[in-house]
Design a protein around this ligand. Structure first.
Ligand code: CA
Length: 227
């Protein structure tokens, strides 16, 4: 499948030129002409990489990056017209992977895109696969397994298990679990967390003779290995 690249750039001619080059290289390309549209698209998490101009109408590129980093870790290459050290440093500090100064040679941009995509791929497995002992969870494929054997989970059970595994060794209160798994506006029974923990224990702990999901009396639950 083609890698998807988002171009956030208000100079239409430049955006179009880069789009044509990237399409020619086999990438799938989407464009955003201003900061707000760029942020919205970036937050969708649908891109493998984004090229982000700094001088943008509405919201500048640094602000787009700052806000986007709260929710997504899409690799970003900043485009800057000014040869400003401050912009580059600020961009990198905010989590941009790289920057390129305009005007740039398209070959250099392509090389940086390839390098950034390569290093993003290397760190990908760690961020999407969770494991505790023999229990593994693949957040991209919505699957969980014990020692490689699939565990059938409902959507809610999966979300609860993922939250527990992401916070391995950290005690989570019932309220926290409720908010993260059921959402702030959940109006149902408050013991729903206990009910679902029971379901999970049946499928994981009891089914495999282990104890991973521990009750912390008066507080909530924690996933950990050992007692
Ligand atoms: Ca611009």
């Amino acid at each position: 499948m083609a890698e998807k690249i988002l171009i956030v750039e208000d100079e239409a001619k430049l955006a179009r030129f880069v789009e044509l080059e990237l399409t020619h290289e086999g990438y799938e390309v989407d464009k955003a002409p201003d900061g707000r549209d760029g942020l919205e698209k970036l937050e969708s998490g649908n891109y493998d990489l984004a090229l982000l101009d700094i001088m943008l109408p509405g919201l500048n590129g640094l602000e787009v990056l700052r806000r986007a980093r709260r929710t997504v870790d899409t690799p970003v290459i900043m485009l800057t017209a000014r040869d400003s050290v401050m912009d580059k440093v600020t961009g990198l500090d905010m989590g941009a992977e790289d920057y390129i100064t305009k005007p740039f040679e398209i070959e250099e941009l392509l090389a940086r895109i390839r390098a950034t995509l390569r290093s993003a791929k290397k760190r990908e497995p760690a961020s999407h696969t969770l494991s505790v002992g023999k229990l593994t969870l693949d957040a991209d494929r919505y699957t969980a397994a014990w020692d490689g054997e699939a565990i059938e989970l409902t959507q809610r059970e999966f979300a609860l298990l993922k939250t527990l595994m992401e916070n391995k060794d950290i005690v989570l209160s019932r309220n926290t679990l409720m908010e993260r798994v059921w959402g702030y506006d959940y109006m149902g029974e408050t013991n729903i967390v206990d009910v679902y923990v029971r379901y999970l224990r049946g499928k994981i702990d009891d089914a495999h003779g282990v104890k991973l999901i521990h009750t912390v009396r008066g507080v909530g639950y924690v996933m950990r290995e050992g007692s």
